[in-house]
Design a protein around this ligand. Structure first.
Ligand code: CA
Length: 175
């Protein structure tokens, strides 16, 4: 369901003392490993280049269509949320992000996904986009160690147009 990457910094002093400190743990959530959905039916695609885990989701098109993932947070902390997606519409499309049934803060109420130039048939069409607040900095979500539910809801596209964007990966990272 997810992979964890833990980075360690080792300090060796005078050849005698040694300490290792875990600095951060990223949580990688493969979109295709969702646990539930409503308001539509996504399709798993495995023919797109440069996808994490070799797969992504398409048909995440309609306003109101939501997907949920159970996530295992390794440690208490403030996490930034990065979405890896490919969007071929010429207009912005929007997503709401909830954790445990709530929008964590205003940055997650309406996340803008600009076009990436295509739906991921070319490697460069997949983009990693961190959710930012009105100050342009990464918006952080406070999470406790343990299991949580992350939900992404399609809010459609600009001017009521299609909200299509293919989703590959969600990353939680302590910065
Ligand atoms: Ca993936």
């Amino acid at each position: 369901m997810l992979r964890k990457t833990t980075r360690f910094m080792a300090l060796v002093a005078a050849g005698l003392a040694f300490s290792a400190t875990a600095l951060a743990a990223d949580v990688l959530i493969e979109a295709e490993n969702f646990n539930a959905q409503g308001g539509g039916n996504v399709a798993k695609v495995t023919d797109r280049p440069a996808t994490s885990g070799g797969a992504a989701l398409m048909n995440f098109d309609n306003e109101g269509h939501w997907l949920e993932w159970k996530i295992d947070v390794p440690e208490d902390g403030n996490y930034a949320v990065t979405l890896r997606y490919a969007g071929g519409r010429k207009w912005n499309v929007f997503r709401e992000v909830q954790i445990d049934g709530k929008v964590p803060n205003s940055a997650f109420a309406k996340v803008t996904l600009p076009t990436t130039g295509g739906f991921g048939r070319a490697e460069g069409e997949w983009k990693d986009m961190v959710v930012v607040g009105s100050d342009g900095k990464a918006a952080m979500v406070a999470l406790t160690k343990g299991t949580h539910v992350l939900r992404i809801t399609n809010l459609g596209g600009e001017g009521g147009a299609s909200g299509s964007a293919n989703l590959d990966l969600i990353k939680l990272s302590t910065l």
